[in-house]
Design a protein. Sequence first.
Length: 273
Amino acid sequence: MADYSDAFTFIKTQLEDWGLGILAHDVEGYLKGGDTPTVAMAKLRDTQSYKTRFKANELRRQKGMAVLSEAEYISNEMQYRNVMRSYGLPEGFYDAQDDFINFLANDVSPQEMRDRVVLAAERYIFAPPEDKEQFTRFGLTPGQAIATILDPQRAEPLIRQTVTAASLAAEAARAFSDRERLSTDRAMELSKLGVTEAEARRGFGELAGREETDLAIARRQGRNVGREDLENEALLGRRNVQLDQARAQEQADFRSSYVGTQGGLTRRTGRDY
């Protein structure tokens, strides 16, 4: 029997580095049976344990992409993990091998990962306090929000809508200095209707300057107009018949009052003269 101890020690060390130390016994059997180290490694790569460990390579192969060497694969995993840690993601959150399969399978480089984390960190971790409060209201922790952005498979429409809804609520709170301006249900409704953060910033900004005036006009004219109607006009472009009629009547009343006042002044001025 040939001396296989050096080859076994080398392969065993590699397996431990890959997290596949459990396969060392199989390697020993291959080598004892007369397989060369190259053949033994080929057999290892055909085991289910190996395929599970380097699952992203099979997904890459199916997409026609080049597979990564074990060293490249593990190096990318380590760099992903270091990026997560450097931006404060909690331990145990997106730092396991299975968490990185999608990134590896989609050829996401560590630099691209870092760029994604930077954008997510700026949005969630470094957000103004009032924004963070809205994210909390919608049940989004910074780590969860970052994870949602980083994993394309989790970017379901509802999640995106939830993130947008929190942003809309933050814009409303900023414009009106009222942290409870939008309920979670109302913010989600606006998000589902396609209102963007930029549209909310512009719409709520404009609405803050005229809401009380519009509501007062509606009350004077006996029209049933509420805050939501004004939001629909400012954010969704939906005109409200009751509000339009109230504004028109208010203008008509003003013109009538103005003309009457001017007529009274003219008559008094004529008599006095």
